[in-house]
Design a binder for this molecule. Structure first.
Ligand code: SF4
Length: 156
């Protein structure tokens, strides 16, 4: 078998060098919701992998059972990137149902009924742009020292 190039789900959905600040409160909320799902029979924080052509894609789903994949995020609005991540996990885990849980002052849920296709995932894997999205650099801790963006963009 050919040696596969390893990629991680988190690095194909955004700039691979992106670095968020750590939000302890968000992590605690995430953990609490995961343990609630675990009590309801879900497997949580499950490592998953799948081969796409010459790539081995690795990831970790927040929660999964026989029917669905669940992705948990903090914040009010369901960003496109979250739905893409969920669609990737649905493909990797062979599930047709996905649920994005957004936790802020209340909990909102959004469902996805079709996984991302193999072709779409492969396109994301091969997309080497840094950044991949217009908003990323503003939220990235590496912005001031980043070699990929202009001095003007660092200050904006
Ligand atoms: S500043 Fe932008 S391009 Fe640089 S590492 Fe962060 S997200 Fe990537």
């Amino acid at each position: 078998m050919n040696k596969k190039t390893i990629k991680y789900v988190t690095e194909i959905i955004r700039c691979p060098d992106f670095e968020f600040g750590r939000f302890r409160m968000g992590e605690l909320v995430h953990e609490a919701y995961c343990s609630r799902l675990k009590k309801n029979g879900y497997e949580v924080e499950k490592d998953v992998h799948k081969v796409y052509d010459n790539y081995l894609l690795l990831g970790r789903v927040d929660a999964i059972n026989d029917e669905e994949v669940v992705e948990i995020k903090t914040g009010k609005k369901p960003q496109l990137i979250y739905l893409i991540q969920l669609g990737i996990y649905m493909n990797m885990c062979d599930r047709d149902r996905g649920r994005l849980v957004m936790i802020a002052s209340n909990i909102n849920e959004f469902s996805l009924e079709e996984p991302l296709s193999d072709q779409a995932i492969l396109a994301l894997i091969k997309d080497e742009r840094k950044p991949k999205w217009g908003w990323e650099c503003k939220k990235c801790r590496k912005r001031l020292s980043c070699p990929y963006i202009s001095a003007t963009r660092k200050r904006s």
